[in-house]
Design a protein around this ligand. Structure first.
Ligand code: NAD
Ligand code: DAU
Length: 335
């Protein structure tokens, strides 16, 4: 099988490419990635020399580039997206462009190339927040942020292309991933790398917001299961079953690193901050997939990875990142 992976230089995409090349000796992977601030070829340095892997730097919104990249591919797995909620609040345009328009460009090409499978990597955030119970795949979408609204827009395009044109689509909606190669703008790597340098950990609002955490390779295994065994036209929730509030995660990170709780700094809340995400994953479990990692162990492994791999994140926490960080948190203090 030859698979076009888009956004493969990002966090989850790079973990997915590693998994696929390791698991399927006769698979070929074409990675199409724009290399935005979030794309990083260091994430794939061990597969760069593999003859079954090729890389194209390009934009999923560019039909000509997509056309060439998809030629000869049997399947498409679309990870490419603007993925950070805070950045979407600061500037939604790139989110709508990539997450909605880019998805449409990919679907048009998938239709023309008659690919066997088109898998859209989506998120539990499209359902919105709920205080009790869990969302199933047929529930209404009520996204809260420009990010989740753009992801919901992408999902809607995928569903329409299946219904109208018969494109063989699949959608996965996963919960919050964590693990190696996650950009330090996100909660866990931000707090780990801040705490390592004895910097404050900016905890939004009350710190009681709940996310369901999944170790990144467990999500990649779920995507693999859906790609190979999912029912065409189907949607599959992929969650870790580890609901924790942010203050619990923050304390756990500090404890692993042996740092004091005084580093916690409550800051003004994120606008439109969803209180809790929760998904029912029985449909994905029925495919034979289950997450393999226990949360506390996987968190400790993740912290250890950031401690051992300064070379990777110190390049990302560069001047541009520190400018972004300063603006984010100065604005929060002023609010
Ligand atoms: P990421 O931000 O780490 O990586 C995104 C990748 O997409 C980057 O390599 C970037 O260069 C590339 N990209 C962005 N715009 C592009 C464009 N126009 N054309 C080509 N490439 C482009 O994101 P991630 O955390 O790895 O998330 C991957 C996917 O999974 C996203 O679709 C995201 O919405 C979804 N998702 C993420 C999580 C999570 O917890 N991180 C959870 C659920 C779903
Ligand atoms: O639920 C899946 C989603 O998870 C994905 O679709 C998104 O791509 C991914 O970014 C993630 O979104 P979140 O907004 O949940 O992740 P983030 O790491 O930004 O924040 C996690 C929680 O931590 C959230 O409640 C906000 C809070 N937070 C975050 C940051 C960056 C803080 O308290 N302080 C911070 O500095």
């Amino acid at each position: 099988m030859k698979i076009l992976v888009t956004g493969g230089a990002g966090f989850i995409g790079s973990n997915f490419i590693r998994l696929m090349l390791g698991r399927y000796p006769d698979y070929e992977i074409v990675n199409l990635d724009k290399l935005t601030y979030a794309g990083n070829l260091d994430n794939l340095r061990e597969v760069g020399e593999d003859g079954r892997y090729s890389f194209i730097q390009g934009d999923i919104c560019d039909a000509e580039t997509v056309e060439k990249a998809m030629a000869g591919c049997d399947a498409v797995v679309n990870f490419a997206a603007e993925s950070h909620v805070d950045r979407s609040i600061g500037g939604p345009a790139d989110f709508i462009q990539t997450d909605v328009f880019g998805t449409y460009v990919l679907l048009e090409a998938a239709r023309r190339h008659e690919v066997e499978r088109y898998l859209q990597v989506s998120t539990d955030e499209v359902y919105g927040s709920r205080e009790e119970g869990s969302f199933s795949e047929t529930d209404m979408l009520e996204p809260s942020s420009p990010y989740s609204a753009s992801k919901a827009g992408g999902d809607m395009q995928v569903m329409a292309y299946h219904t109208t044109f018969g494109v063989p689509t699949l959608i996965t909606r996963s919960s919050n991933n964590f693990g190696p190669y996650q950009h330090p703008e996100k909660l866990i790597p931000l707090f780990v790398t801040n705490a390592m340098a004895d910097r404050e950990l900016p905890l939004y609002g009350s710190g009681t917001n709940v996310r369901d955490w999944i170790y990144v390779t467990d999500n990649c295994e779920g995507i693999d299961a859906v790609l190979h065994k999912g029912e065409i036209g189907g949607i599959y929730n992929i969650g870790g079953g580890n609901e924790r509030d942010n203050i619990t995660i923050t304390r756990a990170i500090l404890e692993i690193l042996g740092k004091p709780e005084e580093l916690i700094r409550p800051v003004t809340d994120r606008l439109g901050h969803d209180l809790r995400y929760s998904i029912d994953c029985s449909k994905a479990h029925a495919l034979g997939w289950k997450p393999a990692h226990e949360f506390e162990e996987a968190l400790a492994l993740t912290v250890e990875w950031y401690v051992d791999n300064r070379w990777w994140w110190e390049k990302i926490r560069n001047e541009d990142f520190e400018d972004y960080y300063r603006t984010q948190y100065e604005e929060r203090e002023q609010a």
